[in-house]
Design a protein around this ligand. Sequence first.
Ligand code: CP
Ligand code: NVA
Length: 303
Amino acid sequence: MRHFLKTTDLSAREIIELVQDAIANKGEHSNILAGKSLGMIFAKPSTRTRVSFTVGAYELGGHVMFISEREMQLGRGETIEDTARVLSAYLDGVVIRTYSQDDLERFAAAATIPVINGLTDERHPCQALADLMTIREYHDDLTKVKVVYLGDGNNVSTSLASVCAAVGAHVVVCTPPDLASPEWAVREAIGLAAASGGVAEYTTDPATAVRGADFLYTDVWFSMGQQKNPLKSRQLEPYRIDEAMLAQTSPECRVMHCLPAHRGEEISAAVLDGPRSIVYQQAENRLHAQKELMKRLMVDAQA
Ligand code: CP
Ligand code: NVA
């Protein structure tokens, strides 16, 4: 049984092929998932992930059932394992958005259907596939691309770094010292870069990080489930992507954000809504990339 709980559940070759197929197969309507049902269990809000998986499954001929986690018996003490075993009997795949990556992995270990990570506190691998697809739409050779993430060392940053490192890109994660990527994420990306010939760098200095960047990327200061706090905001101020930050890059450098965005916090309105922003293309690419992912996991899935 193949799951997609983290970007490393696909090899570098598989990631590159998925991205290329997602570009080539945009707009596909087929019946490849006919007779199959995708469940979506979400413990956090979602606009893009929920709708893009729903529409993507419909466009491939499948059915979708959305289930808010708090409406399930999980909230009343049913175990993750029992839930996974029972849902495996009804469904052909499940997308889960939750807090703990460990809980997601427990679910997957007990499931006999493919499990897809729709975001945890630690990782957001589906976002990373769409991000790489978007980068690939601007650059044929991913090994010549420099991607710079600025901001909180969060779930989006860990998956972005891993996927870029896996395909041989140069990725820089630039965070305040107290908000650095977790050690496991740094080890993972550096190991992937060593194998691919890419570079994974971690720094706290935005001025040197953005030099020569092809893409600047940022994400919210407070992820779902986190309390706002003024100290963290102050620490992140120098990492905001604004006109001054963008002026330090070449005119070809594009700006990325997984959305939802907070204009005036991690990114200025002028940059997010400006000509170098490719954020809506990224959001659209969630649909295309995830259709390819569902085809790979849900068609001919072996228990
Ligand atoms: N980027 C992303 O995952 O968006 P949603 O939270 O709206 O799904
Ligand atoms: N880091 C953000 C991403 C939202 C898509 C969060 O976890 O809330």
